[in-house]
Design a protein around this ligand. Structure first.
Ligand code: TYD
Length: 233
């Protein structure tokens, strides 16, 4: 274990929640694999998880949500079901891991509800804010990486990945305008909360993106935590 990792481990502090967000095909899953490896190489105990899903109960809801069956119930019911999946995921997996001092990296979280369910403009923003407040309680991300790519490029990546056989899911089926609005919604979240969010351009080589992401984590989370511990002696 490296010196940084040993200190973090010895302090048995609460873990940090880092979320990765963005539109379709921006490269979250690939970057999460790089990030987990980099964290573990530094000696930091880390797990990755995803939404919708991440716990057995939430994975059941994931199937219903992505099949598009819930869309028929309307945008409010859909947002509530994403939130229901999130409550189970937080209770069963995220909160216990954070309490045990583990670093949790989550593929999508509450900003996806803000962006995807908010983008059509059919839901009152006050409804989405209230839903987020009761869903998250005190479990807030320490850092959110918004992976950014032009919408058309992201969609081309997802359809190439899917190949000919597999059908697009509920959200991949939406039109280009929806996906462009989605990208703007994520960038607006980052602009509104610059202390929590960092935008990472993913229209670059995979390794360069991985490097930038780890740099942001080191500068914004790991180095300040280490400095705080040193001050405490
Ligand atoms: P997934 O296959 O995990 O896609 P991706 O690789 O893009 O993350 O599907 C998750 C889909 O669910 C994705 O299109 C975004 C959508 N979603 C919402 O609409 N609201 C949410 O709160 C979450 C977590 C996801």
């Amino acid at each position: 274990m490296s010196e940084v990792g040993a200190q973090i481990h010895a302090a048995r502090e609460r873990g940090s929640l880092v979320t990765l967000e963005g539109g379709e095909g921006v490269g979250k899953s690939t970057q999460i694999r790089h990030l987990l490896r980099n964290l573990r190489d530094t000696g930091i105990e880390a797990i990755s998880t995803r939404e919708p899903g991440g716990s057995p109960g939430a994975e059941i809801l994931r199937k219903v949500l992505l099949s598009g069956g819930v869309a028929r119930l309307g945008p409010a019911a859909e947002a509530i079901l994403f939130a229901a999946a999130r409550v189970d995921h937080i209770d069963k997996k995220i909160e216990p891991a954070l309490a045990a001092g583990t670093f949790v990296v989550c593929d999508r979280f509450a900003d996806s509800t803000r962006a995807y369910q908010g983008t059509r403009g059919q839901l009152d923003p006050r409804f989405l804010r209230a839903l987020e407040r009761v869903t998250l309680g005190d479990v807030r991300p320490s850092l959110t990486l918004i992976l950014d790519l032009p919408a058309a490029e992201g969609l081309a990546r997802t359809s190439a990945r899917r190949g000919g056989g597999e059908a697009p899911d509920r959200f991949e089926r939406e039109d280009l305008e929806f996906h462009e609005n989605l990208r703007a919604a994520f960038l607006a979240i980052a602009a509104a909360e610059p202390m929590r969010c960092a935008v990472v351009n993913t229209a670059r080589a995979e390794a360069d993106v991985a490097h930038e992401i780890f740099d942001v984590i080191l500068n914004r989370l790991i180095a300040p935590a280490q400095a705080k511990r040193e001050r405490r002696g």
